[in-house]
Design a protein around this ligand. Structure first.
Ligand code: HEC
Ligand code: HEC
Length: 293
């Protein structure tokens, strides 16, 4: 009967082993769950996730090769000081620049970044019902976001912007999926409450954007005559809310998604210029492009 002791010992050892593995896997999995939760939170709030970091590496304008450097530098200046370098096409004393929404000439991930656009255009756009190239896309931002008029496609301004945007898209694979691409919406069913939005605006935004949305020395206007017009992407509540939630206040975003939707709803109701089409941005469609959509 001494075998019985051995069997008992073996059984006990087996039970301990199974229990040990279970305990380990339990803690292991809660640890992973916690880490994943933190990652996706970080990813949702600020776009700077490790996966994005690996692709996101825009070179500095001044490091462009000599053959394109002058044009890259000019494109960068047009982005950051638009009324100075493209004054004919926007209001001369406009406080808005491309960089007001695409910070640091589109090189910052903490805004609607333009890194990679050189590799992801031409592209089909529902608004235009046609495939648009990057030049036409930029014209749209002059027309609507800057409330200006579009510079000609073959002129110095668009051409320099194209060279610049191409340069900051260096090493991004053609038609890569960009983790920092401008998303459609926050996917939050909350209905914007403009009355609460007014409160959020006064408490959080007014100190930089002015009590009447008119802008200050610190930040550009968010409504009124000098703001983007009602044809701009930022005029959509879903676009403005995601911008406000992710990036505002600048460098220290603090809103909840609901507050962001509310403040976007409030700003959406304020007066701003009307979009007047100055060029046909619907191109005649010769062959229907419905397949594969
Ligand atoms: C008031 C904010 C604002 C300003 C100013 C602005 N943009 Fe934009 N831009 C947006 C928004 C919002 C989108 C994307 C939403 C959309 O589809 O309309 C966008 C999209 C773009 C895109 C396409 C990006 C992509 O991933 O498809 C390009 C290129 C661009 N802008 C360039 C410019 C240039 C160049 C200027 C200056 C002449 C400019 N933008 C000024 C808000 C702005
Ligand atoms: C600490 C100052 C500060 C605060 C507070 C702030 N912003 Fe901004 N905001 C900026 C600056 C600066 C820019 C332009 C960035 C640049 O030029 O680099 C900007 C840009 C913007 C833009 C795009 C450009 C434009 O003017 O249309 C919008 C929209 C915007 N902010 C909305 C908001 C909202 C909504 C709030 C409140 C939730 C807010 N901001 C709070 C500083 C601020």
């Amino acid at each position: 009967m001494k075998n019985r002791g051995v069997y008992l010992g073996l059984a006990l050892a087996a039970i301990l082993l199974v229990f040990g593995v279970w305990v380990l896997s339990f803690f292991g999995s809660t640890l992973t769950i916690k880490r994943v939760a933190m990652d996706s939170e970080a990813a949702a709030k600020r776009v700077a996730v490790p996966a994005a970091q690996a692709l996101f590496n825009p070179p500095r304008p001044e490091d462009a090769p000599e053959s394109i450097r002058a044009e890259v530098m000019l494109g960068y200046k047009i982005m950051t000081e638009t009324s100075k370098y493209a004054g004919e096409y926007v209001s001369k004393d406009s406080k808005l620049s491309c960089s007001s929404c695409h910070f640091e000439g589109g090189r910052s991930m903490e805004s609607f970044s333009l890194v990679g656009v050189g590799a992801t255009y031409p592209r089909y756009r529902d608004r235009n019902e046609y495939t648009v190239d990057l030049g036409i896309r930029i014209q749209g931002c002059f027309d609507r976001s800057m409330n200006g008029t579009p510079p000609p496609l073959d002129g110095q301004i668009i051409q320099s912007l194209l060279v610049y945007l191409q340069w900051i898209s260096k090493d991004i694979p053609i038609y890569a999926k960009l983790p920092w691409a401008i998303p459609e919406s926050m996917d939050n069913p909350h209905k914007p409450d403009a009355a609460n939005g007014e409160k959020v605006y006064k408490d959080v935004c007014a100190r930089c954007h002015g009590p009447n949305g008119e802008g200050t020395d610190i930040a550009p206007p968010v409504w009124g005559d000098d703001s983007y017009n009602d044809g701009a992407g930022m005029h959509r509540v879903r676009t403005l809310s995601i911008f406000a939630w992710r990036f505002m206040p600048k460098n220290a975003p603090s809103l909840t998604q609901e507050e962001a939707l509310d403040v976007a709803g409030y700003i959406h109701e304020q007066p701003r210029p009307k979009f007047v089409p100055t060029h046909p941005d619907k191109i005649e469609r010769l062959i229907p492009l419905t397949e594969g959509k």
